[in-house]
Design a protein around this ligand. Structure first.
Ligand code: HEM
Length: 456
């Protein structure tokens, strides 16, 4: 079977349309366009344009000219893509292509559907059941080690814990002596993939990232055969044993490409979600106390599969509200493969189109006081998110909707349950809640979130 990476769709050979004269807005500064305003505060930037120009405007980001859209109807149009007009491959490839060739996000239509099948077993409920015990064990041992009653930096601590979870649950590997080398390769790889200057020059993050990628590629590839013939229950083993529609195993290249993207897609997103949740809980002690009371009323020391989803409402509202305020992925990007209409504008073929997730999460037409942390907006009595199917969309939608959303839900709730049930989490400094937030590559407080954890 051919590697997906070798499959060239004809529209990939076309150059991108850069004439957006029919769309309101401007192209910003020469070369850099609006990149700095966008990465400095993505939400403020999107809402400013929305107010000035309406829900469709042009912007120039990372050397690309893009038709930006803000609104739940656009999120539906672009992600569901009922007319098969939006290419994810042509949208994402310029940004992440060299790192994620052959991954799901750079595949379209039928090819994408076939490749996505490779991952399905690993994300079924039975498989997820198998992951939670590993997660609980790793979370509990991290909680024993994390300092108590003295300041700690939450962001690097949770990042390191999630790397351990990835090694165990994704790769099924005891890294032991190899741990530091593989962890470093992974961190370089993730930083390189999200670097703004995409040049393979020594000294640049992009260059280090590609070297990290090569190390991980080799690590994964060398283990495929053993995984294929073993009975492991980790994600990697599931991928290796999966067969395509002809009953053949997926190729080594396909498995490696998918594993690499999966590690990236899962790690920084969930690290960001957990960090921003702790930021909110430290700043909202009343809600934190209410959540703890709910967890203490549950007769279980660690969460089981049945405690996930919406089964502990206060925990679920915390998850949803954190991802509403700080969606780790601010929007999705596509390129049109033929002319289409968006919001009354004729959009030519081969035009970059983005649709904002963060902007939709703040629209005053739908959300009451959108800048306030208010988990109860998701409660049965209020259900603000139910006004439109694409109003709360941190995981995107349609064919490319995040395949790991239940996994992310499980990981988030597993750590929250274990941590908040028996501990109190506080800021180290007064006014810490007003500190600078970085949005790129993934949302986190600039100070890495110093916190004090104490027994509750
Ligand atoms: C809070 C955590 C996460 C958020 C907010 C998130 C968000 C997203 C979004 C918005 C997309 C769609 C991108 C697009 O349509 O262009 C996506 C795709 C994807 N995500 Fe996630 N994600 C998270 C966690 C995870 C986890 C834990 C995994 C794996 C275990 C994962 C694996 C993937 C994969 C493989 C895709 C590509 C799917 C496809 O193209 O068919 N993500 N994610």
């Amino acid at each position: 079977m051919n590697s997906a990476a070798n499959n060239i769709n004809p529209y990939m050979n076309e150059s991108t349309n850069r004439d957006l004269s029919m769309i309101p807005g401007d192209y910003g500064l020469p070369l850099i366009g609006h990149t700095f305003a966008f990465i400095d505060d993505n939400v403020a930037w999107v809402l400013k344009n929305y107010q000035q120009y309406g829900p469709v405007f042009k912007q120039a980001l990372a050397f690309q000219r893009v038709v930006a859209t803000v609104g739940p109807d656009f999120l539906r149009q672009v992600t569901l893509d009922q007319d098969k007009v939006f290419s994810s491959q042509a949208g994402w490839e310029g940004m992440v292509g060299e790192f994620f060739q052959g991954s799901l996000i750079v595949q379209d239509f039928e090819e994408h559907r076939m490749q996505r099948k490779l991952m399905q077993t690993a994300f079924k409920a039975e498989s997820l059941h198998g992951y939670i015990d590993h997660m609980n064990r790793l979370v509990q041992s991290a909680l024993l080690e994390w300092p108590k009653n003295e300041p700690m930096l939450f962001y690097p601590a949770v990042k390191s814990l999630l790397l351990d979870i990835a090694a165990k649950v994704f790769l099924g590997a005891q890294l032991e002596d190899e741990g530091p080398r593989i962890n470093k390769a992974f961190v370089d790889f993730a930083n390189g993939a999200t670097s703004i200057v995409k040049k393979d020059w020594p000294g640049l993050g992009y260059h280090k990232g590609l070297k990290g990628r090569a190390i991980l590629d080799q690590f994964i590839r060398q283990r495929i055969d053993e995984k294929r013939h073993g009975n492991g229950t980790d994600m990697f083993s599931h991928f290796c044993r999966e067969t395509n529609e002809d009953g053949d195993y997926y190729s080594d290249q396909e498995i490696t490409d998918h594993m690499l993207f999966l590690l990236f897609a899962a790690h920084d997103t969930t690290t960001s979600a957990l960090t921003m949740a702790m930021h909110q809980l430290a700043g909202h002690q009343d809600w934190q106390a209410e959540l703890r009371e709910t967890l203490n009323a549950i007769d279980a020391e660690t969460p089981t599969f049945d405690h996930l989803g919406s089964n502990i409402p206060e925990l679920d509202y915390t998850f949803k509200e954190t991802l509403r305020i700080y969606p780790p992925v601010p929007g999705v990007i596509r390129r049109t493969i033929r002319a289409c209409e968006i919001g009354g504008y004729e959009i030519p073929a081969h035009t970059m189109v983005s649709t904002s997730i963060s902007g939709v999460h703040y629209l005053e037409e739908y959300w009451s006081k959108p800048f306030h942390f208010d988990p109860m907006r998701f409660s049965e009595t209020r259900q603000e998110h139910k006004q439109h199917k694409f109003l709360w969309a941190p995981f995107g939608g349609g064919g490319h909707k995040c395949i790991g959303l239940h996994f992310a839900d499980m990981l988030f709730k597993c750590l929250m349950f274990n941590l908040i049930k028996h501990h109190r989490v506080q800021y180290v400094r007064d006014r810490q809640s007003a500190g600078k937030i970085l949005y790129v590559p993934f949302t986190r407080p600039k100070d890495n979130l110093p916190l004090v954890i104490s027994k509750a």
